[in-house]
Write a protein that binds this ligand. Structure first.
Ligand SMILES: *Cc1c(COP(=O)(O)O)cnc(C)c1O
Length: 366
């Protein structure tokens, strides 16, 4: 049997056509018309004023922190239940993370967030929230808290492209937000990211920093440290083709989730990741946790049949890298990590693939 991957790339068929256009124009290196097109298409889809195509979402988060003035000794609040790419940039800036645990939504708890702000040694400058596995956070409460406290909100929408809350796209609520086009995400350019904001100055400054901070001279002149973070025109051509099928990809991932739910939700010990009221997640990955069975039993049973599955992200406050970091937690994300699984969820999966996975899970649990 062919291997079923967790979330493999799913091409639309138009990518090579656009790449051929890039080759015909010879704009291989590095910027060109497709970078502008990709930015414009994503910007319009999300409903924000400005977008900047980058080499990764991690680079986008680094630029966001830098542009928002986060530096050495500053504190940055962040969801603890996330992938490391969400928070590495805090360390790049020599700032200090304060990790905040999840609530019943699996995403960051607004209540614990307020507590973290109260207990922080000095006022944190920014908050990075992750819309985990494509389901959006309690955005209304979080936006309100950030506004009241004067803390910048950065949305890590790496996993949630196409997800919405009250008909507004994830990534359009923050001061700055990032998306990822890494190989396992809902859309991929093989590797890449996008930084968006309604603030033109911040995006212009990010563009400057992402291209080695070259001052406006014909000779190369530099007054501050920059980075090489821009996306290449070849990869942007893939991105333009991928954006054309985003709605289809979201719908298919949601269908796959519904299929798992229909087959498995009668099993008492299974709890799927919820979708908060007023929101529409992209169900990037179908994830669930188990009340009594060890998730390893399911992962082993699937691996024996050449099917990839994974544990949930290990919370940042449990990572050796962050053993000394401040954390406000009540055991929620630790419990989810210890009892949870990510199931194969690629939009190219067939219904038969999903049924194959379900049959194996039932064999373990029933
Ligand atoms: C994938 C991911 C990132 C990193 O994205 P890159 O484009 O690979 O840098 C950051 N945060 C989250 C939550 C992710 O899932």
């Amino acid at each position: 049997m062919d291997r079923i991957f967790l979330s493999p790339p799913h091409m639309s068929g138009k990518e090579q056509h656009y790449i051929a256009e890039v080759f015909e124009s010879n704009y291989i290196a590095p910027l060109g018309a497709f970078v502008n097109r990709f930015e414009e298409n994503l910007r319009q889809y999300i409903g924000v004023n400005h977008a900047l195509a980058l080499s990764s979402a991690t680079a986008g988060l680094h630029l966001a922190l830098r542009v928002l003035g986060v530096g050495a000794g500053d504190y940055v609040l962040a969801s603890s239940f996330t992938f490391i790419g969400s928070v590495n940039a805090i360390l790049y800036q020599n700032a200090k993370p304060i990790f905040v645990d999840s609530d019943e939504s699996w995403n960051i708890s607004p209540e614990l967030l307020s507590q973290a702000i109260k207990e922080a040694p000095i006022k944190p400058k920014a908050l990075i929230i992750t819309h985990l596995y494509g389901q959006v956070c309690k955005l209304e409460e979080i936006v309100e808290i950030c506004k009241e406290e004067g803390i910048y909100l950065i949305e890590d929408a790496a996993e949630s492209l196409g997800a919405s809350y009250k008909d507004k796209q994830s990534g359009s609520f923050g001061d700055m937000s990032v998306y990822s086009f890494n190989g396992n995400k809902i859309l991929t350019t093989s590797g890449g990211g996008m930084l968006v904001s309604n603030n033109e100055d911040w995006i212009e400054k990010s563009k400057f920093l992402s291209t080695q901070a070259k001052e406006d001279f014909l000779h190369y002149e530099h007054t501050e440290v920059g980075y090489n973070y821009r996306m290449s025109n070849v990869l942007a051509a893939i991105g333009v083709a991928q954006m054309e099928v985003l709605d289809k990809r979201v719908n298919r991932r949601r269908e796959i989730f519904k299929c798992y739910q229909k087959e498995l939700s009668s099993i008492e010990e299974i709890i799927f990741m919820p979708e908060i009221s007023g929101s529409r997640g992209n169900r990037w990955l179908t994830t669930l946790c188990l009340k009594k069975t060890n998730p390893q039993d399911i992962m082993d049973a699937l691996e024996n049949e050449n099917i990839e599955s994974r544990p949930l992200w290990k919370p940042m406050h449990m990572q050796p890298l962050f053993k000394d970091a401040m954390v406000i937690e009540d055991g929620t994300s630790q419990r989810l990590f210890e009892t949870g699984i990510c199931l194969p969820s690629g939009s190219s999966m067939t219904d038969e693939d999903v049924m194959r996975v379900c049959t194996l899970i039932k064999r373990v649990l029933l």
